[in-house]
Design a protein around this ligand. Structure first.
Ligand code: NAD
Length: 258
């Protein structure tokens, strides 16, 4: 599957966090294939190296930036380097995230809670805080923040993760309201179960674990990272010009029964 023929981001600059793996990598590749210059951001040097090599193999352009998305100064520095290298910022996919070990509210440790909220939710605030002024400087832009099915329905033993993802949706809607009249669109994206290293960790990587989680998907399979990437490109493209303040579900009907 390729997204390149559908969308044209030639001359545009995209910034993707969590680009060293899974959904972020697939989206960075899709932006590059569609002609964008892509700033790829992650804490994993190895992940960045692999993604950069895959973009180069497509003939695309990327800039690897090691940054921890929980740190405001590191995000700002990465964005400053992006604009220094590519001259502008048009699209941002704030996607870096971590899973939460299953634990009831009583058993969820303060450390786990702080970590999942910082990586999944605080990061989205910090990214938007530093991205929006750069986008305003070139007349507008589009931001997509990764929420989840866990930002649509409550999941037992996932209170911290669910709270982080519901929070991403709300933060996206508030930002959309605040900047709607200044040419900046902000949407949340709620993927279902997507076949990435995160899900391999979550299922233990076994066939039984995969089968158990696929049972939650009415379509009978996991989604592919490339299918989420295509949705991000749509939301950031001119085809999505009237869509802002929305939480778009791409989940094989996982949450349709609520
Ligand atoms: P993944 O583990 O494959 O990739 C996540 C990437 O984020 C990794 O490269 C990791 O190094 C990076 N990262 C983690 N903490 C970071 C930090 N502090 N700073 C910078 N980078 C950091 O996971 P994925 O499945 O591709 O998930 C991407 C996003 O999608 C996450 O926000 C996740 O919660 C969300 N999501 C995933 C699924 C799914 O089924 N895979 C479903 C819904 C939502």
């Amino acid at each position: 599957m390729t997204t390149a023929p559908v969308f044209n981001f030639s001359g545009k600059v995209a910034f993707v966090t969590g680009a060293g793996s899974g959904i972020g990598r697939a989206t960075a590749l899709a932006f590059a294939a569609a002609g964008a210059s892509v700033a790829i951001v992650d804490i994993s040097d190895r992940g960045l190296t692999e993604t950069a090599a895959q973009i180069a193999a497509l003939g695309g352009t990327s800039l690897s930036l090691r940054a921890d998305v929980t740190k405001s100064a590191e995000i700002k520095a990465a964005l400053d380097q992006t604009v220094a290298a590519f001259g502008r910022l048009d699209a941002a996919f704030n996607n870096a995230g971590i899973e939460q070990p299953g634990a009831s509210i009583v058993d969820l440790t303060e450390e786990m809670l702080d970590r999942v909220l910082a990586v999944n939710l605080k990061s989205v605030f910090l990214c938007m805080k530093h991205q929006i002024p750069l986008m305003l400087a070139n007349g507008g832009g589009a931001i997509v923040n990764t929420s989840s099915g866990a930002g649509v329905i409550a999941i037992r033993n996932q209170s911290g993760y669910c709270a982080s993802k519901f929070g991403v949706t709300v933060a996206s809607k508030v930002a959309a309201l605040e900047y709607a009249d200044q040419g900046i669109r902000v949407n949340a994206l709620c993927p279902g179960i997507i076949d990435t290293p995160m899900i391999a960790r979550y299922t233990g990587g076994t066939e039984e674990g995969r089968a158990r989680i696929i049972e939650q998907e009415p379509v009978g399979r996991m989604g592919k990272p490339e299918e989420i990437a295509a949705t991000v490109l749509f939301l950031c493209s001119e085809s999505g010009a009237f869509i802002t303040g929305h939480a778009l579900v791409a989940d094989g009907a996982q949450t349709a029964g609520i």
